[in-house]
Design a protein around this ligand. Structure first.
Ligand code: PHB
Length: 401
């Protein structure tokens, strides 16, 4: 595909034109990016379904980070494109295609669901479009499919669950079970939980699953009493987490076998869970009452903008904006300069409300996993489950990563 003068005059050059433009890739100097041409930020998030509230908080906090950066990224004004992915993996390739081919997105931000994110990762790798993942923890994104253009502002599914397993084992629990939706996030968090338990001499004896996004938990609840475990850990989030925590309490299991989990189980959902959540301990890279100035300012700004309390999803959306700001500042707004953009992000300590973090060589946050306890409508931090935890990903095999 030819790179035409018209493309530049319109301030838009399609990525495929850019990458296929032999004059450009032959080493001739590229024209400077026009600083007043809006950078198209394609956001793909769930705005409907069980994860809708998560997508809304990520989007609002991303907007906030861009607004605090003067409405610009890399010196360029920003046009935010908003696409609802419905947390439906079957629709993901077509949705990503719309952002890349129809909307000519310069950078991508998405998504929440570990199955859906794979289509975004594939596009980011193929077209070398910078992608910041503001939630989905699919480990492949920062392990086997690690790439120079793929970054995560959130966590790997392994990280919070590993922290929970470590905390349980440290308290003397010897055998525990994991309950989850039957998809990548659930299975990878089960692996983290297992590894954390093992590190403390305990074991994961059972993993029970429910199809995503179903909320009929009665079949699994009926099995738990007979497993002979001392604790149950769970991965559910959003609408499903509300229902699971209520059903667990209503089943009468709560007083016999304590429920714990990745922090998503009680994150952003404590109000509707009500008393059913009281006392549930979870592990996450964020918690209520983290007493640092950045967090206090962020929570106030998010509340003023949305009328809602910030949660981990908001923090991850905000940090996706901060990472894009750092990367694009390093390339004067050029999203195609992948190596320079990655170098700039990796060199930055992201000043997050969760506490400052850096990225691992595979572009995943190295971060403290806090142990929290749900009480009086808050996920109160009661200690560190694991400090400065990196995902075990061993770095990128893809050239230039
Ligand atoms: C995921 O699918 O990776 C996922 C979804 C929701 C969460 C956490 C992880 O809260």
């Amino acid at each position: 595909m030819a790179v035409t003068q018209g493309d530049w005059a319109m301030g838009h050059i399609s990525r495929r034109a850019m990458l296929a433009g032999t004059a450009l890739t032959a080493g001739l100097a590229r024209p400077a990016i026009a600083r007043d041409v809006p950078l198209q930020v394609g956001t793909m998030l769930p705005f409907s379904g069980t994860y809708a509230a998560l997508g809304e908080n990520i989007f609002a906090a991303l907007e906030l980070a861009i607004a605090e950066n003067g409405g610009k990224l890399g010196g360029r004004p920003v046009a935010l494109i908003r696409l609802d992915d419905e947390s439906d993996p079957a629709k993901a390739p077509a949705n990503v295609n719309r952002l890349v081919e129809r909307d000519n997105a310069d950078v991508l931000v998405g998504t929440v669901h570990s199955g859906v994110v794979m289509a975004l990762v594939q596009a980011a790798r193929e077209h070398r479009i910078p992608l910041v993942i503001p939630n989905a923890g699919n480990v492949a994104a920062t392990r086997d499919l690690c790439a120079p253009s793929v970054f995560r502002s959130s966590f790997s599914n392994w990280q919070p669950a590993y922290g929970m397993g470590r905390a349980l084992a440290a308290r003397g629990v010897k055998q525990a079970a994991w309950v989850t939706w039957d998809y990548a996030a659930g299975h990878e968090s089960a692996d983290g939980f297992r590894d954390g338990l093992r590190a403390g001499g305990a074991e994961l004896t059972h993993t029970l699953t429910v199809p995503f996004p179903e909320t009929n938990f009665q079949p699994v609840l009926a099995q738990i009493g007979g497993l002979g475990v001392e604790a149950v850990g769970a991965f559910f989030a959003g609408g499903g987490a509300i229902q699971f925590v209520k059903d667990y309490a209503a089943s009468g299991l709560r007083d016999k076998i304590p429920l714990c989990g990745s922090g998503f189980l009680t994150e952003g959902v404590l109000k509707p869970q009500g008393a059913a959540a009281d006392g549930i301990q979870t592990a996450l890279h964020y918690g209520d009452g983290l007493d640092n100035p950045r967090n206090i300012a962020f929570r106030a700004a998010f509340k003023a903008k949305t009328g809602r309390d910030a949660d981990v999803y908001a923090v991850q959306g905000y940090d996706a904006g901060q990472m894009l700001a750092a990367g694009l500042a390093g390339t004067q707004g050029d999203p195609v300069a992948t190596q320079a953009l990655a170098a700039a992000i990796l060199a930055t300590r992201i000043d997050s409300p969760r506490g400052a973090f850096t990225l691992s060589p595979s572009h995943n946050p190295v971060q403290t996993i806090w142990l929290r306890e749900a009480k009086d409508g808050q996920n109160k931090v009661i200690g560190a489950a694991v400090k400065d935890l990196a995902d075990p990903g061993t770095g990128c095999k893809m050239a230039g990563a």
